[in-house]
Design a protein around this ligand. Sequence first.
Ligand code: NDP
Ligand code: 8X3
Length: 249
Amino acid sequence: MKTAFVTGASSGIGRATAVALARAGFQLVVTGRRRERLDALAAELAPVPVHVLVFDVRDRDATVAAVIGLPLEFAAVDVLVNNAGGAHGLNPIQTGDPTDWDAMLDANVRGLLNVTHALLPGLTARQTGFIVNIGSVAGREAYANGNVYCASKAAVGMLTKTMRLDLLPLGIRVAEIDPGAVETEFSEVRFKGDAERAAKVYEGFQPLKAEDIADVIAFMVTRPAHVNVADVLILPAAQGAAATIFRQP
Ligand code: NDP
Ligand code: 8X3
């Protein structure tokens, strides 16, 4: 049974991806900071083997320790989905909060690197594997007040391209999926628990569901060994570009 390692599986896209990959025949390592959520997911996926790892991707030592501590039966990871992350705040740069900037850069960029770094020794030794990075339409296009979030996802885009070149000779495929607006806990986190403001983001149009992204990730990682669906932009039908959503009057 192949093993998929999904970061940020306690919610949203990561959780849906874990479910989709379990259905596709993978056993799973699921990670996040909220243990109860991950334990509940593991129970829901039974009898599929699921191992729960609780760590903050911003903490490099904790990330490496968690990976080193994987039980033998989960240690040979075939697929890594670098999903953990999100946005904090939506302010113009002149009134942005540097603590929010750190949180985004530390999770979305350094966190992705921490997890990849921890898993690469195994992946490179086995000369096989698949890494899927979750970018965003926000990494392809600027939108007002997106500043540091957009920059963090643009960094994911360039890391994906360069990782693909570095790892290609080692038989490791690297791909990216860039979603537009997906209704998850993303906006609640961005607006620091303001559920009303978060709900407004998805009013007047049909956003993507986490399952829509998970379906595509499952498709990407189940292609034959000679295929890499390397770069996917997935938008709600009502969204034309990062800042252009057609809401019903
Ligand atoms: P959610 O807030 O629903 O999920 C985010 C997940 O990331 C949670 O499981 C959370 O787990 C985990 N996470 C966040 N920070 C950390 C951290 N420091 N350490 C470990 N885990 C962390 O949002 P989404 O599912 O929407 O977001 C998933 C990814 O998709 C993010 O990278 C986001 O930027 C990206 N994305 C989202 C879009 C959207 O519109 N929703 C569009 C494009 C991209 P826990 O809190 O338990 O640690
Ligand atoms: C999340 C999508 O457009 O809200 O990456 O930034 S957006």
